[in-house]
Design a binder for this molecule. Sequence first.
Ligand code: SF4
Length: 678
Amino acid sequence: MNINVAESAGFCFGVNRAVNMVYSLINDNKKVCTFGPIIHNMEMVRELEEKGCVAVDSVEDVPQDATLVIRSHGVPLEIMNEINRSGIACEDATCPFVKKIHNIVNQESGEGRTVFVAGNKNHPEVQGIVSHCSGEIYTFNNNDELLEIANNILLEKNRPISVVAQTTFDTKEWKKCLKTVKKVYTNSKIFDTICNATSVRQNEAQQIAEKSDLMIVIGDRHSSNTGKLFDICKRKCDKTFLIETAQELDMNVLRNADSIGVTAGASTPARIIKEVLDKMSEETKSSVTNENEESFEALLEESLKNLNTNERVKGTVVSIDPTAVYVDVGRKQTGFIPADELSNDPTVNPEDVVKVGDELELLIMKTNDQEGTIMLSKRRVDAQKGWEELEEKAESKEVLTGKVTAVVKGGLSLVYNNVRIFVPASQATVSRNDSLEDLVGKEVQFRLIEVSQRGRRRQAVASIRSVLMDEINKKRDEFWQNVEIGKEYTGVVRSIENYGAFVDLGGVSGMIHISELSWQRVKHPSEVVKVGDEVKVYIKDINEETHKISLGYKDPDANPWEILKRDFPVDTVVKAKIVGITDFGAFANIIPGVDGLIHISQIANKRIDKPSDILKVGEEVEAKITAIDFEKKRVSLSMRALLPQEEAKKEDKEEVVASVEPEETKAEEAPAEETTAE
Ligand code: SF4
C-alpha cells in the first residue's frame, strides 16, 4: 500500500504564528484568553484549556489580568476599538495576509468604490473585512450568489467596483466569479487575496486525490478550509473521508486501497497528523515511506531552503508587530522581516526602526512557497552600506557616534550605521574602574582603530577611550592656563581617603583635606561627601612643580563664628543642647560648630556640688550668652542669669569663657578659671 502525504498538510504561517503567540504567553506565566477558539481544532483548544487558556466571545468576558489574543482571522473593527477602549492587554495575531485585505477594502471604499467580497459572510474573517469598509459592500459565497447580486441589485455597469476574496476562498470558484465580474462590470479592480498557502494546499490535495484510491482529510469539522479541502478531494476521489483524530480512522476502509492520499487543514496540529500516519502504518503493516515522513517532519525547514536568496528587493511596510515587520514586495507572497533581521541593535523596538508606509531596500533570506512567505532582512542591506562607509572612514581617524548595544567577551559591542564594532575593554573607558555596563544603551563617540576583511569575515575595532582622552587633555590645558588661587570650580568626588577627598575638576584632580571638609569636626571624609557627589570648591593652593592642588570646600557664609557674630550677640538668650559635662561645668551646643561653657557657678542660683546633679547630656536648656572671645573661639553661657535676681544675688558672679577646642583642652583651661571664680 502506498501512502502519499501532502507536503502542505498542517499549520499555515498565520495559524502557526497565532498558536506560538499563545504558547509563548503561557510559558511567560501569563493568564491568556483568546477571542473565539484560537484555531478551528477542538483537540488543540482542549489542550490549551488544560493550560488555563480560555476562549471568550465578548470583551466583557475577558478575565481580569488576562492577555487577550486575537486569532489569525482577526476581529471586526468595532470589537478592536472596544478592546482598545477597555484597556485590556491584547496581542493581535491577525494574520498579516488578512490585515492586507483590511487595508485594501479600507482604501478602496475610501476612494468611493463599491467593494465585493468573495467569502462566507458568517465567517469571522469576512465579518472583519466588511467592518473595515466605509462604503457600499456586497458578499457572495459562490458564482450563483454573485449572479444574483448582479441581476437583482441594479448597479450601473460602469460603477467602480473592487473585488477581494476571503483568504481561504475556493480558487476554482474564484476564477468563475472573476469571469462574471469582468463580464458584468466594466470598471472593476480585482485583488487576488486568496492566501497562497490555501491555493497550494488545495492544488496539492486535488493532485493527490486524482491519483489515490482513497483520500483522508484530517481536520476539524468546523474549519472552513478543512471543509473546502474535503470538497475538492471528494470531487476527484469518491472515497474521501474527513477525520478529526486518529481514533476516527476506520482501518477497514483502508484495507482494499492500493494508494491512499493524506492531507490536512491549516489548523490541524502536526501532532494529530503524525498520530494518524502512525496508526495507518502500524495497522496496515505497510509504511508511510520514510522519505515522506521525514519530509513532513522537516517540512518547514525544507520548504525554507534558499530559492532567491541574496536578491535585493524593494518593499513597503504594511504592518508592524513586536516580532516582525510585514512588507509588501509587489509579489503574491507576503514578505516579513523577523525582528532580529531589522536592525543590528537588539534593544530597539520594530516601531522605532520603521513606520507603516516606509519604503525599504531588503535582502531575500528565504522563500516559502507552501506558505507564500518571503523572509527578508533589512539589517543585512543596511550593514553592507554601513560597512562600505566604514571602510572609507577607516583611515581618517574621524570621531564617529554609535550606540553601545552590549557588554561582550573582552569589551563592548557598539553599532554604527548597522555595523557591529568591537571595542576592547582597555579602549572603552578612561579608568579601569569605570563600569562597562553603564555604557550599554548609550550613544558614544569613538575612533576606528582597525577595519579589515578576510574573506567573508569582517572586523571593525574602535576606541572610545581615545576620544575621551582627547577631551580630558584639552580640558587639562585649559585648566592650567586659567587656574588661580581662590577660583571656584564645580567638580566630582572621584575617591576618598582617610585624610581627604579627591575631586575631578575636569581632567585635573585636587584634594580637599579632611579639615577643610566641614566647620565641625569629622572623623572621616565620608561623613561629608561620597564618591560621585558634585561639589563646589575653590583653589586654596597650587604646587606648580608637582601639579598638586589643594582645594577649599567650606562655605565662608556657613562659618558658624560669623553666624554667631551676626545673629547671637552677647546677652542673647539661646536654647542650647548639653553635649558634655565635666566637674567644672557643662558644654552646650548653641549652633552647629559652636559650643559654649556653662560654668558650674552659672548653672543654678544656689551652690551645687557637681553639674551632673542638675544637667544631663542631651537635655535642652535656656541660657544667656554672657561673653564671646572670637579670637580664642570661646563662648560663656549662664543659666543663672535667667533666674530671679534676688536669689541669684546670693551667689557669686562669675564670667567664665568657654571654648570649642577639643574637650581635653577645655578641661585643662576651665578649672583654672573656676579656681579664679572661687
Ligand atoms: S490561511 Fe493564509 S491567510 Fe489564513 S491564517 Fe493561514 S497564512 Fe494567514
